[in-house]
Design a binder for this molecule. Structure first.
Ligand code: SF4
Length: 549
């Protein structure tokens, strides 16, 4: 049952019991007076039954402890342990010394409850809005970056995946149905529950043999329980079936050649087949997605963080945070991110991102919302030196163009060799502009090896659209204008934000097996980061306002 925190103060509060134990300018006073009352419990009300059940532990207290945990990268048990001993935590949460107790399972249950909802993001938005208002922070300029949050358990090799998937299921079966476990485990190729936790096999030949044996075991388990009215509903069994279907296929073995009566042969697929679903990399975290970025291999998620970056601000605050699958691109998220900023009242005039976020399409989409998306866009010349070279590859921004005032449509006026197009029209199929040039002139042209025009047998064609042109134009601007590059240099600060969130607040690695809980971990890291900045800013301001003795 929902019960708001009582405003009643106690005689056993740390400041009364131990006067002077905490310095007068301790952070906990700022938290207690300025942040604790801002935790709006009513936004959590819908998570509780209105009339029935025991009253909940104070929501303000639980949220505060989750924030402290993320500030100091503590585990559940450490948080329970610290709360009983930390005067600053007690002071920050108005907790009397004799009441400073919280069970770590209570905290974890609360965490699980709020992970199923958007309430943590609402809290982030409300706290941020109040910090921004109070500290007179301008949101006109903001910067964004993304980073990988590694999954709870890294991607397993096929050997590890098969071994662990079988082990997790058998462990669950032994717990739930010991009789069934006893009957099946003797029929398997190895004692999965007796082996050490070793998910690697160095010897390649041995590993291949064992992979086949474990795939047979998996098929045996699948066949044994797929019609069992209870076991077939176990999550661990469903994961086992999914892993088997993605990694293996079965064929009818030749009866004459088959050594045993077994007429089914399990074949390991060359590449796993997700059949439109995500490929499972680990039975512990089926939401985690496997991706590669240059030499980096990641199984997990991609976190997005946005913060204010106006140089006139005394303090910068995070304005948005989100978590997506690791394979999601920055360019896909930028549009949603701008919508959230607008919805939350933090819409920027200029938003700085790197080449992952900035491309022709995202610049145009942002412009429709009156946001200037600033930063480099990927182009044909990979470096500033390369762009400065006389023989660099040409792109559509090297053509003379005109943008129609009303329709914002692109018209090509002439090519880099000052040749006029023969004609230009939109493709009905793709909507792209097809611009034709005289192919005889193109064949003779000294720029033909650098030009993006396709020289055909009868005609030369340039295929382009407004997004491509906008992206190419931005590429030219970034590569060619030193002042613009300096202006965009403000984005580099987002790298230190990522470092702060990922490494100091522990968002580099997920502590959880599901995407929802990992997302909550990231949101709490962002709230902690903003709280820490607010407290520091308040302490600095009050130090400045102290009279000089
Ligand atoms: S190849 Fe053709 S389109 Fe390209 S610059 Fe030369 S003449 Fe112009």
């Amino acid at each position: 049952m929902f019960k708001p925190t009582s405003p009643q103060l106690s005689l056993f509060e740390p400041a009364v019991i131990f006067p002077g134990a905490l310095p007068q300018d301790d952070w906990s006073y700022i938290f207690r007076d300025k942040i604790y009352p801002k935790i709006d419990e009513n936004i959590f009300k819908h998570l509780y039954c209105e009339y029935w059940g025991a009253p909940n532990k104070s929501i303000r207290l639980q949220v505060s402890i989750l924030i402290f945990m993320n500030m100091e990268r503590l585990t559940w048990r450490e948080a329970e342990y610290q709360f009983q001993r930390r005067l600053d935590w007690m002071n920050a949460t108005n907790t009397p010394c004799d009441m400073a107790r919280i069970d770590y399972t209570t905290l974890f249950k609360f965490y699980t409850r709020i992970s199923e909802d958007d309430v943590a993001y609402d809290l982030f938005q409300k706290l941020t809005a109040s910090f921004i208002l109070e500290c007179k922070v301008s949101v006109r300029q903001q910067r964004v970056d993304s980073f990988f949050m590694h999954g709870w358990l890294a991607k397993l090799s096929r050997y590890g995946l098969f071994k662990e998937t079988n082990r997790v299921f058998l462990q669950n079966l032994r717990k739930q149905k010991p009789g069934l476990y006893d009957s099946i485990h003797k029929e398997l190729s190895r004692a999965y529950l007796k082996d050490d936790f070793d998910l690697t096999e160095k010897d390649k030949e041995k590993a291949n043999k064992k992979i086949h044996e474990m795939a047979d075991d998996m098929y045996h388990i699948k066949s044994a329980f797929e019609n069992h009215h209870q076991v077939k509903h176990y999550k661990s069994f469903q994961i086992l079936v999914q892993v088997f279907d993605q990694q293996c296929s079965i064929v009818e073995a030749d009866k004459k050649q088959a050594e045993s009566d077994n007429t089914i042969e399990v074949i390991i697929r060359e590449r796993p087949d997700g059949k439109g679903k995500q490929i499972i990399s680990s039975p512990h975290n089926t939401d985690a997605q496997y991706t590669r970025k240059r030499k980096q291999i990641v199984t997990g998620h991609r976190g997005f963080v946005t913060e204010t970056c106006d140089l006139n601000n005394d303090v910068q605050y995070l304005t948005d945070v989100n978590l997506k699958a690791a394979g999601d691109s920055d360019a896909n998220e930028i549009n949603n991110l701008e919508d959230r900023l607008e919805e939350n009242g933090f819409k920027p005039e200029a938003l700085y991102g790197d080449a992952g976020f900035v491309n022709g399409a995202s610049i145009l989409e942002a412009a429709e919302k009156n946001i200037n998306l600033e930063g480099p866009s990927a182009g044909r010349s990979q470096s500033i030196e390369g762009f400065a070279k006389e023989d660099r590859p040409l792109d559509v921004a090297d053509f003379k163009v005109e943008i129609e005032d009303d329709t914002k449509e692109l018209i090509i006026l002439s090519c880099p060799n000052k040749e006029f197009p023969l004609d230009q029209a939109r493709s009905k199929k793709t909507g792209q502009l097809l611009v034709h040039f005289d192919n005889e002139k193109c064949k003779e042209c000294s720029l033909k090896d650098r030009c993006p025009v396709k020289i055909g047998a009868k005609i030369s064609t340039l295929t382009v659209d407004e997004a491509q042109y906008t992206g190419a134009e931005r590429h030219h601007k970034y590569m060619g204008e030193t002042d613009y590059r300096k202006q965009c240099g403000i984005r580099a600060g987002a790298e230190s934000l990522v470092n702060e969130i990922a490494n100091k607040h522990g968002a580099r690695k997920s502590r959880h097996r599901t995407e929802k809980k990992s997302k909550l971990q990231l949101i709490l890291a962002a709230i902690s980061c903003n709280v820490k900045r607010y407290v520091k800013h308040s302490m600095d301001s009050s130090a400045q306002n102290q009279p000089i003795m």
